[in-house]
Design a protein around this ligand. Structure first.
Ligand code: GP9
Ligand code: MN
Length: 707
């Protein structure tokens, strides 16, 4: 009886709510119709009348107006500071409609509590701007709800955040709520009378929000809508859709994968099958095919090692003599790009091992660690290899404890396996010198018991912010030259810059690496063993430091003027191209050597090594570089791409030609289509666990047939 009453109660409440929503929409539609009619009748009169009313409404609702103005101003300033999106009407309208929409609910609240509502929401919106401001400095992109799971790692590399990222400019957004609080007090003192809670005012401000939205939507192009739906080009979306709309879309897009079993799976599976059916997987044998079959492999994941340091000298002294020597002796790929997203190190490890791209919703190591991947360790295990990885940071950093196991490493040696003495700390943790020395002892043990083996060693010392300069040893980044009378003169050059500190740090990491190569040699561990080295991503160094490095005017301790004949252009494209990292394959007997200039990406590593060691992954997105040669295209997670001919910036829709050859629109179009479907299929594999689903389907089919 009681239960029935309760259910009846709920039903009638739901009916009431349903009715009010229905009435609201009817009211809204009627209002819009009335306005349209009025406008059509006499547009001039209509605008005059509305403007008058608008002015009156603004004066009567100063509290609401202040909330809207401050909130929109904050997001506009953020766009100014980050993407330099000055006075753009589109994102302004989008942000304005979101804020008007939020603000309109204030009119349903009693006047006494309304200020608290406005201030509360303004603080929330300010927090969004503040977080994005910090995030942009660090990642040159905007934050995402799906990245919340990875934010811990940003905190763990905390010294870099506080020292280099958290800046005074990030605080300017808080002026907004402070002003709002002050202004509301001021209004109170002036006995400003707030309007009563009113459904009419609520509807009016919703109409205002819809009008802004309408003018915003009619200006959108199909390309913009398409990118909005995909959401991976975050800078682009903030530039065109404003920050608040971006975040609403981001929230929806981030929840979507969690509901993947309900939405989109069938479509993803269909596209995945079509993609691999259409993809040309034919592979021609080449002079490297199977040359290393059965040999051991040691992979060095060199933290933040950029390619420009190879061969670079300051005062005649090599910055990285050991890596440079290796590049000269071995097979060196000098046009190699990593393809990382916000998962930085972990994204590199992922793409290196699977030839798939990082996900655009979250980080694979953290959010998609339980999916099935066809990885190099697993493929080598099928050939009888023992596989291990080593890294002296805590095992749960980037969720490596779990993910390295999933990738097929038999054993992951982490911080607990190393003796970490205080005097051996450099930067984020155990110094590379100590890490390498202890690792060699482990490798010796492994070699005695388990051959062949694959071992990946992940270094740590050369990590941003490169501020442990007193531990890097003596490497001068000031310029030392002789004057006319033969006296030595020292010019500051890169001393005190982040790039200067980076070079000192690289010099240290290089020394540690040199000692490792030597120790391995002494222990006879290079016999029958191939060494593979890659830089895991760029070091996020300031562009202006490079401008200084290439254009130093020592006489004035300044940068050469741009019209100087020796001035070297270092703009945003040069910066992107300079993010290259080295990739080297080396053996003691120099079985392979030479420099390969064709553009190559991290996703080409697995197929290239696969050709040499005799394994292959049917889902690889990259190619054996000796097969694809100069036809290669490297796609980046933000949908930029690079070929031997062009660097394409997807956010701007512009490109830089890298040769004299004319570039046709068709070529750009084809590469864009290639990049977009590659990113889609990669993301779907990760999010929907398609490799596992495909395997399970084919297994159950085999079972059925054999029954
Ligand atoms: C942490 C190290 C650094 O263990 O690998 O990760 P990163 O900050 O470069 O992604
Ligand atoms: Mn890294």
């Amino acid at each position: 009886m009681r239960k029935n009453k309760f259910i009846k109660g709920i039903k009638s409440k739901a009916k009431q709510i349903g009715l009010s929503i229905k009435n609201f929409f009817i009211h809204l539609v009627l209002k819009m119709k009335r306005l349209m009619k009025e406008f059509k009748k006499d547009p001039k009169k209509f605008i005059k009348k509305r403007y008058k009313r608008f002015k009156k409404a603004c004066v009567r609702n100063k509290d609401f107006v202040a909330f809207v103005a401050v909130s929109v101003l904050n997001s506009t300033v953020l766009r100014f500071v980050t993407v330099h999106n000055y006075f753009a009407i589109k994102p302004f309208l989008a942000d304005l409609s979101v804020v008007l929409f939020i603000g309109s609910f204030g009119f349903l609240i009693k006047p006494k509590r309304r200020n608290a509502y406005f201030i509360g929401f303004n603080i929330f919106l300010t927090l969004i701007c503040f977080i994005n401001s910090i995030y942009y400095t660090f990642y040159s992109s905007f934050s995402s709800v799906s990245l919340l799971a990875t934010s811990r790692f940003v905190v763990d590399v905390g010294d870099s955040v506080t020292e280099n990222v958290f800046q005074v400019k990030d605080l300017i957004y808080w002026i907004g709520p402070i002003f709002l609080i002050w202004y509301y007090r001021h209004l109170k003192k002036k006995h400003f009378v707030k309007s009563d809670a009113s459904k009419k005012k609520f509807v009016h401000s919703i109409v205002a929000a819809l009008v802004c939205l309408f003018f915003f939507v009619i200006t959108l192009t199909p390309l913009e809508i398409g990118r909005f739906a995909k959401q991976w080009n975050r800078e682009y979306i903030v530039t065109k859709f404003g920050l608040y709309t971006y975040h609403i879309n981001d929230l929806i897009q981030s929840i979507k994968p969690q509901l993947s079993s309900l939405f989109g799976y069938d479509k993803a599976m269909k596209e995945f099958k079509a993609y691999y059916e259409e993809r040309d997987t034919s592979h021609e044998e080449n002079k490297y095919t199977d040359i290393f079959e059965g040999k051991n492999v040691i992979v060095i994941h060199a933290e933040s090692l950029q390619n420009f340091v190879i061969g670079l000298k300051i005062n005649g002294q090599e910055v990285a003599p050991n890596f440079t020597k290796l590049a000269k002796e071995g097979l060196y790929f000098d046009n190699f790009y990593t393809q990382v997203s916000v998962g930085t190190s972990s994204d590199s490890e992922f793409t290196f091992n699977t030839s798939l791209m990082p996900s655009y919703n979250g980080t694979v190591f953290v959010s998609y660690f339980d999916r099935e991947y066809v990885s190099t360790p697993k493929l080598l295990k099928e050939k009888g290899y023992y596989t291990f990885s080593m890294h002296a940071n805590t095992g749960d950093f980037w969720n490596r404890n779990v993910m390295h196991q999933n990738l097929g490493y038999d054993r992951f040696y982490s911080k607990d396996d190393y003796e970490v003495l205080d005097e051996d700390i450099v930067g984020l943790g155990l110094s590379d010198e100590s890490f390498f020395a202890q690792s060699v002892d482990y490798i010796k043990e492994i070699k005695e018991k388990n051959q062949p083996f694959l071992g990946t060693l992940i270094t740590l010392s050369n990590h941003t912010p490169f501020s442990d300069t007193d531990k890097y040893g003596d490497f001068k980044v000031s310029l030392i030259e002789k004057d006319e009378s033969g006296n030595e003169v020292e010019y500051p050059y890169l001393e005190g810059t982040k790039l200067g500190n980076y070079l000192k740090s690289v010099h240290y990491a290089d020394k540690a690496f040199g000692e490792f190569v030597e120790k391995m040699k002494q222990e006879g561990l290079w016999e029958n063993t191939v060494l593979v080295v890659y830089g895991d991503h760029d070091a996020r160094l300031p562009k202006n430091d490079f401008v200084r490095m290439y254009n130093y005017d020592k006489e004035n301790d300044d940068i050469l003027p741009e019209d100087d004949e020796n001035y070297v252009e270092f703009g945003s494209y040069q910066y992107e191209l300079n993010r290259k990292t080295p990739f080297i394959i080396w053996t003691q007997d120099q079985e392979v050597s030479g420099t390969i200039h064709n553009v190559m990406g991290m996703y080409d590593v697995q197929p290239t090594l696969g050709n040499m060691f005799g394994f292959s992954n049917p889902y690889a997105l990259g190619h054996d570089i000796f097969d694809i040669k100069d036809k290669n295209i490297v796609v980046f997670p933000n949908s930029d791409w690079v070929t031997n001919k062009v660097y394409y910036n997807a956010q701007k829709g512009e490109y830089l030609a890298l040769t004299q050859e004319p570039i046709s629109e068709d070529y750009i179009e084809q590469c864009n289509t290639y990049a977009s479907s590659l990113l889609d299929v990669s993301n779907d594999i990760v999010v929907y666990d398609l490799i596992r689903k495909e395997r399970e389907a084919s297994e159950s089919y085999t079972e059925e047939v054999s029954e």
